[in-house]
Design a protein. Structure first.
Length: 331
């Protein structure tokens, strides 16, 4: 393996340390040259630090760049022209720089990797996966958040969600996360912890949390609940898309293949339908003391009654001409 290839492998491994628990140490070789020492399956490699840092820099520049390779300049120009026109009419909410956003069901943990939307409101919600394994608890989400908080990593997402429904909100929707290359300015993104080989995109709990987050985000930004369309880096239809549908404009990634965007759209519709259903009133047994016009107190028991019944007592159906609730006890 050539030194350049070793450097590239070491750069990739150094970026994945939080995900796989690999330890890479730095030091000097016998000649005094700064090196990284990588141990893997009993094999020890020493690679010049300068070569690794150079390779890592090239990797990360591609993650953040809004000028991805394989995209025609005319397409990028058209996308920027569209964004400038949108910004002229869009009005982003004024947010205090240090204000922590709130998304129900998620923990806010802002990272440093983000930039300004330049006045452009998001038009598409983009689905991703991390190409890393889901682990019980928060460790899988924390590993991704740790990566996205590295200035040198130069990548991020608005949300990170795992199969258990653990959710971290790490870049404000009013800010631009670095996840879709040329499509960053017009996107909100979620990274789902998934290797790309799991049986489902996010499991039951994870899909329910995605549905909640996507539903709320679409309402906040007036994005229709439908499949979106981006052609040549230009938004044709607002909605929900996946990373692969952006093609070269999104950096040429294939997620969320083999999973489907319609499945997520269906989950959002089901979530909204469930929220729209009237919630049943809590029921219990209530003990009341009623006082009639003769001044005598008469106890009354209302069994298995909705709490709202206690707000008003229908005197016309009572044999008492005057009813006063002097005590209410719920069991």
């Amino acid at each position: 393996m050539t030194k350049n290839r070793l450097a590239l492998v070491a750069a990739l491994l150094s970026l994945l340390i939080p995900l796989i628990g690999l330890q890479i140490t730095s030091g000097t070789d016998t000649g005094g040259q700064a090196v990284y020492t990588v141990k893997l399956h009993g094999v020890t490699l020493q690679i010049p630090k300068a070569a690794v840092d150079s390779a890592r820099g090239r990797l990360e520049q591609n993650l953040r760049s809004e000028n991805p390779s394989g995209v025609k300049p005319a397409q990028l120009d058209a996308a920027r022209e569209q964004q400038e026109k949108l910004a002229a009419n869009d009005q982003l909410p004024i947010i205090f720089p240090d204000a922590a956003p709130v998304q129900r069901g998620c923990t806010t943990r802002l990272v440093r990797n983000y930039s300004s939307r330049r006045g452009v409101r998001p038009r598409v919600f983009v689905l991703h996966y991390t190409v890393s394994a889901n682990r019980p608890g928060w460790s899988d989400v924390n590993a991704i958040v740790s990566l996205f908080d590295r200035a040198s990593y130069a990548a991020s997402s608005n949300y990170v969600i795992d199969n258990e429904g653990n959710c971290a909100y790490i870049v404000r929707e009013t800010d631009k996360a670095w996840t879709q290359a040329a499509a960053n300015p017009i996107s909100i993104s979620v990274e789902v912890v998934n290797t790309g080989h799991e049986l489902t995109y996010a499991g039951t709990a994870g899909l329910q949390k995605i549905a909640m987050v996507v539903s709320d985000a679409l309402k906040r930004w007036d994005i229709p609940l439908q499949r979106g369309l981006v052609v040549g880096c230009t938004v044709k239809s607002a909605g929900i898309i996946d990373h692969s549908s952006l093609g070269a404009c999104g950096g040429g990634h294939h997620d969320i293949t083999p999973y489907s965007v319609p499945e997520v759209i269906a989950a959002v519709r089901a979530f909204r339908a469930a929220e729209a259903k009237p919630k049943p009133q809590p029921r219990a047994t209530y003990k009341l003391t009623l006082t009639g016009p003769d001044g005598k107190a008469r106890p009354a028991i209302y069994k298995d009654s909705p709490a709202r019944y206690l707000q008003t007592i229908n005197i016309s159906k009572s044999r008492l001409s005057k009813v006063v609730v002097t005590r209410v006890e719920a069991k």
